[in-house]
Design a protein around this ligand. Structure first.
Ligand SMILES: *Cc1c(COP(=O)(O)O)cnc(C)c1O
Length: 365
């Protein structure tokens, strides 16, 4: 079986260095809010190109904390609206509704799978306060048109960069373009911890401080509480692991791009659609989605030929039972994506032979 993602193999590549880093933390006797976290935050902020990076417990919290920070400093109020792509992963939406804000779903463009910038303006109302873009599958969803709208309507631009560490728009990394960005280091992400982890990046010192305070029970000074905060911190052990893995992120991304390049150039099957791509730097291929009308049959075929695939995602947020109030909404492009999408194996440890085999089997379908 060719696995969808072989995390064990990914870890083995740098296991000596990682174990050493873990050991150092364990033997130091200091496990939270310490040097390892500071060091990683600094390295990650440098990597993304922002003044601040704040380590938090996971990617969902990163996004929740950003919106919560804007509420605490009085720039967003309960009941305000946040524009978000309809085809995102549920976490983007949960971060909005958890703060009692209203998600306004906007359809993606089927050619990019990203929010369709031309469809945003029609969804802006007096209550719109922010646009949350999501670089889904690892592909940059930013276009200057989005900044134009933010300027025109005085909206904040927030990035969900959970799937796109290292992705570029021209010479800027995603995660440094908006006012604040949420990052996830869930084990399966391109930069993954050994458990949950996340970060917020921003150039805004007020947001940076509010997020850091909110994530630490709402406290800047021990036992003095400014906000009704939460406990969402990045463990020292996870930070030390991420600091090792960050050094290899760019080469891992290049490897992913080489796999993607082969899929794009060598998969030749008229039943399968692969979205076009012109700028390779603007995609880090966290996932490699392809599309076909008979997705479930295609998936079964691949499984019976020893290739593991996953669907990202089978049900869009507005059709989930946790969002009954949106179940009657209809987004044809989003629904098509969820019906036809299948993600092929892609990772920094997929061998040339496995890629060749996957391509041959797909071309024979
Ligand atoms: C993974 C992910 C998140 C949430 O990250 P967690 O660390 O799992 O909480 C948010 N948004 C998107 C698009 C994701 O893929």
């Amino acid at each position: 079986m060719i696995p969808f993602l072989d995390l064990k193999k990914i870890t083995e590549k740098h296991s000596v260095e990682i174990l050493e880093a873990i050991n150092t933390v364990i033997l130091s006797g200091w496990y939270l809010n310490g040097e390892a976290c500071n060091r990683f935050e600094q390295h990650y902020a440098n990597y993304i190109g922002t003044k601040y990076a704040i380590g938090v417990a996971n990617g969902l919290d990163a996004l929740r904390l950003i919106l919560r920070a804007y509420i605490e400093i009085g720039q967003i109020q309960e009941g305000d609206e946040v524009i978000v792509p309809a085809n995102t992963y549920i976490a983007s939406i949960l971060a909005i509704t958890d703060n009692r804000l209203i998600p306004i779903f906007v359809e993606p463009d089927f050619n990019t799978l990203q929010i369709d910038p031309k469809k945003i303006e029609a969804s802006i109302t007096k209550r719109t306060k922010a646009i949350m873009i999501v670089h889904l599958y690892g592909r940059c969803s930013y276009t200057p048109l989005i900044s134009d709208l933010c300027l025109k309507y005085n909206l904040k631009l927030i990035e969900d960069n959970a799937q796109a560490h290292g992705c570029l728009f021209n010479n800027r990394k995603t995660g440094s373009i908006g006012e604040a960005s949420g990052h996830s280091f869930y084990p399966g992400k391109n930069l993954g911890a050994f458990g949950d982890a996340g970060a917020v990046t921003t150039n805004d010192p007020v947001i940076a401080e509010a997020v850091r305070t909110l994530a630490n029970y709402g406290s800047k000074t021990k036992y003095i509480f400014e906000y009704q905060g939460l406990n969402s911190r990045l463990d020292e052990v996870q930070a030390a692991i991420l600091d090792v893995k960050l050094k290899y992120l760019d080469e891992d991304i290049d490897f992913r791009r080489r796999v993607a390049y082969r899929y794009i150039n060598e998969i030749k099957n008229s039943k399968i659609i692969i979205p076009p791509l012109s700028d390779w730097k603007s995609h880090v291929f966290h996932l490699f989605p392809c599309f076909t009308k008979s997705r479930d049959k295609f998936q079964n075929y691949l499984t019976s030929n020893g290739i593991q695939t996953l669907i990202h995602y089978p049900v869009p947020p507005h059709k989930q039972s946790c969002y009954k109030q949106y179940n009657n909404l209809h987004f044809p492009i989003t629904e098509r994506i969820h019906k036809e999408e299948l993600s092929l194996p892609i990772s920094p440890v997929l061998s040339e032979e496995d890629v060749s085999e996957i391509i041959q089997i797909i071309n024979r379908w």
